[in-house]
Design a binder for this molecule. Structure first.
Ligand SMILES: NC(=O)c1ccc[n+]([C@@H]2O[C@H](COP(=O)([O-])OP(=O)(O)OC[C@H]3O[C@@H](n4cnc5c(N)ncnc54)[C@H](OP(=O)(O)O)[C@@H]3O)[C@@H](O)[C@H]2O)c1
Length: 350
């Protein structure tokens, strides 16, 4: 091929393309001139045409089914692994997340694809007060043992390295903060809040009793948090698909930070500042409620700051997030309200 001849269009295989990041990513791939064909696979039915996606072919399949993955990645130049169970029973999530991801990593190595793109998470660093802030990519993913999601994300980065060892596959690993946007309601639909004061420990109840009227309340330990718009995550993933910069690990977060009180304000709810101890007590209590252990685990994330430095993605990939934290938080809440998932009096189904 002469130096100026265009590279043939890329074939990209995507697991979990129907999720919060996945749909935004398919739309970004549609706009990439380097991408010719996109093959997606997840368990639910999905019609790419309904989203105006002309490059995307979709099959239903499970990442626990190695043969289905082998078919998906066969002949793919790039494999992007998004399939994951974020909220759920820790045991069930272990199987999908650890076994399923290992299947995808090993199938990619066996298929000899050029690149593997994987969305890890800020949670891979673990929630440790001793971590130096802001977090840089060279800090190893230590995870937090008693928070299933964080522990799995840390373990999987090691699994990925192990699966690709001795192969030519280039790995791009992203560690996004919480993802938001009009079609990404997970922050709002999973934020722990108090709708029933009788369910909180007496120390917290005393704080709530001082508030003027009834209504949902978010406990705010004051920890600064980051968020990133799904469209901006999608842009970063496309850069990896196209082989921009160098393979490696990249933090992703929008400019600026927010607190739980900012989220409560956007929702038209109330917040109450609480010391760490009250959050711990609430987490311990929520853990004992039937069917809520995973929510309890997530309460821990509000306690310890895991603010990341995103200079590497900006400098090496030329990533320029278009949405700052305030705009992304607002878009997330407005999207959830428009979808009827949340109102001024609480969350649907809570
Ligand atoms: N959203 C965030 O705030 C955030 C932040 C940091 C990192 N991340 C990471 O980014 C990735 C994508 O997240 P997301 O927000 O897009 O998640 P999501 O909205 O929960 O979507 C998960 C996707 O995985 C698919 N999936 C789940 N189990 C599967 C299985 N057994 N086989 C095949 N597909 C399966 C789902 O489709 P079906 O259910 O139909 O199978 C869906 O397409 C995950 O690795 C997540 O940990 C997300």
């Amino acid at each position: 091929m002469s130096e100026n001849a265009p590279e043939p269009g890329l074939t990209v295989a995507v697991t979990g393309p129907t999720g919060e990041i996945g749909i935004a990513f398919l739309q970004a791939l549609e706009r990439s001139e380097r991408v010719a064909v996109v093959r997606g696979m997840a368990r639910r039915p999905f019609d790419p045409g309904s989203k105006g996606l002309s490059k995307t072919e979709y099959v239903q399949g499970d990442v626990l089914d190695r043969e289905a993955i082998d078919r998906l990645v066969d002949g793919a130049d790039v494999v992007v692994h998004l399939a994951f169970l974020i909220f759920g029973d820790p045991e069930q999530s272990r199987e999908i997340n650890l076994t399923g991801s290992r299947n995808v990593f090993e199938a990619t190595a066996a298929a000899g694809s050029k690149r593997l793109v994987y969305t890890s998470s800020v949670a891979a660093y673990g929630f440790h007060a001793s971590n130096p802030l802001p977090l840089h990519e060279d800090l190893g993913p230590a995870g937090t043992e008693d928070f299933y999601y964080s522990a799995q994300k840390a373990e999987l980065e090691a699994t990925l390295r192990e699966s690709l060892e001795g192969t030519e596959v280039e790995a791009y690993v992203f560690r996004p903060s919480i993802v938001g946007g009009p079609d990404s309601p997970a922050l709002v639909t999973n934020v722990p809040y108090v709708g029933t004061p009788s369910l909180v420990p007496s120390a917290v109840r005393a704080l709530l009793d001082r508030l003027p009227q009834p209504g949902p309340v978010i406990l705010d330990p004051g920890t600064p948090m980051q968020i990133v718009h799904a469209d901006d995550v999608a842009d970063a993933l496309v850069k990896a698909v196209e082989g921009v910069g160098v393979p490696g690990c990249y933090n992703l977060a929008a400019e600026g930070e927010f607190t739980m009180s900012d989220l409560a304000r956007e929702l038209g709810w109330r917040s109450v500042p609480v010391p760490d101890l009250a959050v711990d007590l609430t987490a311990a209590l929520v853990k004992r409620l039937p069917a809520m252990p995973s929510q309890a685990a997530w309460i821990q994330t509000a306690r310890i700051s895991v603010v990341m430095d995103t200079t590497r993605a900006r400098d090496v990939l030329g990533w320029q997030p278009r949405h700052d934290a305030t705009a992304t938080l607002r878009a997330t809440v407005e999207g959830a309200q428009a979808a009827g998932l949340v109102t001024a009096t609480g969350r649907r189904g809570s």
